[in-house]
Design a binder for this molecule. Structure first.
Ligand code: GMT
Length: 368
């Protein structure tokens, strides 16, 4: 049995979800997974066997304005690798996980233990935060020192090569979903609800353009009897609530907050809105498609690998909420068009099933 350490964020963000789902799929095969993070990852409850969780504890001291998380993580990685004789470390999101792993590897080397590091780049670790001049050289170093680098889309690979000086090959391994876990093995026609349900799920950061969701919904709700689920939490949440109030939409919008019932919500959803500025992959769109929901999104980033315009959803230029609302109305008022898009969304999602993607990670693990 191979012993893999997975370092990730424990939150609702996509990189933590992918890391946990990957750990779950591996733990059902011949792997024992050691999760390392500052809290239990939110989806850890879905794992049944072959895993353990190691909490990173950060020392506090009055002198520290910023707690030294990288140091604590580095020390925890060293401890877990040593105690559990790990075969490999797979870190998700470069900042600061790749940096901590690379330093842990050096410490371990000094005591005669060698361990390969696989770093998976997810999105804003490259496209927003990582390329900040304040940290760029350190992120660049950590990526290059990894033994294997993967990116979740071709778009993200291109962005990495554009913004960083990368000396190694980057393998593109897309994100995935588990149809069996959700009992969605075969396509079943999805009928439009009488009162149409539109959904948005995110961490409400500015890059997600959540206010555009309210603008789109306002226009749609003028013509159609509909309801909006806004799921998640983050910096733009209050602004969205204010805008919904301003437009007198409060009775038609449910701000759900952080929810562990994502599959219940997606199974009821007619159309999913993701008007992001950029999305390196758009895992949440893939999850919506697994539940046969067409997606309305923007052009120009990695989500285009998933959403094929006028087939399983619609792609518009960033900020074109007029066009997005028209497309949404088109879908919600034409049963035949809806059925065709909905089926196509499900079939496109099948291309990203865990059975197709997992072997690509295993191939990398087995190469060491
Ligand atoms: O970059 C972020 O938004 C955070 C990151 C995360 O940890 O949630 O999300 C990114 O990784 C996801 C999983 O690979 C992708 O599905 C998201 O598209 C990506 N987010 C962005 O690129 C904005």
């Amino acid at each position: 049995m191979k012993r893999i350490g997975i370092v990730c964020y424990p939150t609702f963000g996509g990189s933590g979800i992918v890391a946990t789902e990957l750990g779950k799929a591996l733990s059902e095969k011949d792997y024992f997974i050691h999760f390392i993070s500052y809290e239990k990852p939110v989806r850890l409850g879905s794992l049944k066997q072959n895993f353990s969780f190691h909490e990173v504890k950060i020392p506090s001291y009055p002198l520290f304005h910023y707690p030294p998380y990288e140091l604590a993580l580095t020390a925890k990685i060293v401890e877990v690798v040593k105690k559990n004789k790990l075969d490999l470390l797979h870190v998700h999101y470069a900042i600061p996980h790749a940096y901590a792993a690379v330093n842990a590897k050096k410490i371990l080397k000094s005591i005669g233990i060698s361990i390969p590091i696989v770093t998976t780049l997810h999105g804003t670790d490259i496209t927003l935060v990582g390329k900040s001049p304040y940290i760029l050289s350190a992120v660049n170093y950590a990526i290059n020192e990894s033994d294997s680098i993967t990116a979740v889309s071709n778009y993200l690979k291109k962005e990495t090569l554009k913004n960083f000086d990368i000396k190694k090959e980057i393998s593109v391994i897309p994100n995935f979903v588990d149809f069996n876990f959700h009992k969605l093995k075969d396509w079943a026609p999805k009928k439009l609800n009488k009162k149409k349900i539109i959904t948005h799920i995110s961490n409400f950061r500015p890059v997600k353009k959540c206010l555009d969701v309210i603008h789109i919904f306002r226009k749609v709700s003028k013509e159609i009897d509909c309801f909006l689920f806004m799921v998640g939490d983050g910096p733009d949440l209050e602004k969205c609530k204010d805008l919904a109030n301003k437009y007198k939409l409060s009775e038609k919008v449910n701000f759900v907050g952080k929810s562990k019932k994502i599959s219940d919500i997606l199974s009821k959803t007619d159309v999913f809105l993701l008007p992001s500025e950029k999305e390196s992959f758009g895992l949440v769109a893939l999850e919506a498609m697994m539940f046969s929901s067409p997606v309305i999104t923007t052009t120009g980033s990695g989500v285009s690998d998933l959403i094929h315009h006028n087939k399983n959803g619609f792609c518009s230029p960033l900020g074109d909420t007029d066009r997005m609302s028209k497309d949404c109305i088109k879908l919600l008022t034409d049963d035949n068009l809806y059925t065709s898009f909905s089926r196509s969304a499900y079939e496109s999602a099948k291309e990203f099933s865990v059975e197709k993607i997992l072997p690509q990670y295993e191939k990398i693990y087995l190469s060491f």
